[in-house]
Design a protein around this ligand. Sequence first.
Ligand code: UDP
Ligand code: MN
Length: 270
Amino acid sequence: LQNILPVDNDLLANVFITVKTTGRNHLIRLPVIIKTWFQLAKKQTWFFTDTDDQHLSQITGGHVVNTNCSATHSRRALCCKMSVELDVFLESKKKWFCHVDDDNYVNVPALDELLKLYNPIGDWYLGRTSTPNPLQIHTKSQKTTFWFATGGAGFCLSRALVLKMAPISGNGKLMAIGDRIGLPDDVSVGYVIEYLLKIQLTRVEQFHSHLEPMRLIKKDLFNEQLTFSYSLDNEPNTVEVEGFNEITDPTRFLSLHCFLFPESPCCFEK
Ligand code: UDP
Ligand code: MN
């Protein structure tokens, strides 16, 4: 089914996809995204960054938001970006918010299929955990635990849920939450949803971050997965897929894309 290239279509018409990025990643991480899965969700996908970039804006049809958050990997900067992502989503009137990192590949038809299973009128927090245990928070009187979806695997929230979060964490208030608990953006989102709003994460194992070994994802199940990732540190962690060589395609995303959608124009470029 998915070997047919989805043409400009209604896939994910109700979804707002945010890609968190930073100035210094624009030329390193974004080209392969823009060449591959972005082409299947151009209208739905927006890049949230921290610098102006005319070229990026031009090749994405203006789908770039300069959050004016600082260009650092600090907790505050990341919470700031997430906060802007959520605020801009609310303005979009779309039914679903899905966040990914700039080292994620999004399987667009699979994400569309997933979201069809849930009603965005309900409160949905869909994602994958990557800790063996829930996080523990010590408040004045008690110990409590909560789960959070790993940001680096991607996660989705229904509009109803983001509307409930807005009074608590909207309009930049996610930064204050992050400061209060001293934890990163994805954890802060989990804290607001699971701990403050008492809405539980629905675990969806088909989201993947590079905290898991990518080679464990089997080829015959690629088309069911929602996201993939990579890391190219000293010990590279990439999807195992044949296709382009490692020099042309170090992240393996181009090969993965051509495995899933062999008819894509980028699969024939020299
Ligand atoms: N990121 C950012 N600002 C920074 C560093 C990273 O917005 O100063 C973003 C980056 O673009 C990515 C995410 O944060 O979407 C995670 O960064 P990275 O993959 O480099 O590190 P990880 O946390 O996955 O090890
Ligand atoms: Mn990463």
